[in-house]
Design a protein around this ligand. Structure first.
Ligand code: TYD
Length: 131
């Protein structure tokens, strides 16, 4: 799901996400500054954690796949766009143009929440799938 957040033009552009704009209570925030022109990150699924991504600079291509093989991809390049990465989807993210990405997560960091092996992801009975 893609959200368009409200902005205020103050010569610079301010983008605002209030608690009611967010689909879950945020427990962790982190950000990634990519040092490369093109970089692939992610390539894992989360069992429970949901994440919201905002591309503050540059560009992101996000590819989601459910464990039935259905795929959906989209591009994030405006700082007022926020995308929900649900749990239980394989997620691959291509960072472009020195992307800077802000991530808001529904859970604290837990390495046990990751499914990092694609075949393991494919073989699981996961409850969500892309329509
Ligand atoms: P990872 O989630 O695999 O990054 P990405 O999805 O961008 O490819 O995390 C990369 C490394 O950072 C991994 O060793 C775990 C560590 N990490 C933390 O220690 N805390 C965190 O909150 C996150 C997101 C990652």
């Amino acid at each position: 799901r893609l959200y368009n957040l409200p902005t205020v033009d103050i010569n610079s552009i301010m983008t605002i996400a209030e608690r009611d704009d967010l689909p879950f209570p945020v427990k962790r925030v982190y950000w990634i500054t990519s040092n490369h022109e093109d970089e692939i990150r992610g390539e894992h699924a989360h069992k429970s954690c949901q994440q919201l991504l905002v591309c503050l600079h540059g560009e992101l291509n996000i590819q989601l796949e459910d464990n039935h093989g259905n795929k959906s991809s989209f591009c994030l390049k405006h700082p007022n766009e926020m995308v929900l990465i649900p749990s239980q989807y394989w997620c691959k993210i291509a960072y472009k143009k020195d992307a800077i990405v802000l991530v808001m997560a529904s859970h604290e960091y837990d390495p046990e929440d990751y499914i990092r092996v694609y075949d393991e992801f494919k073989s699981q009975e996961l409850k969500y799938h892309l329509g």
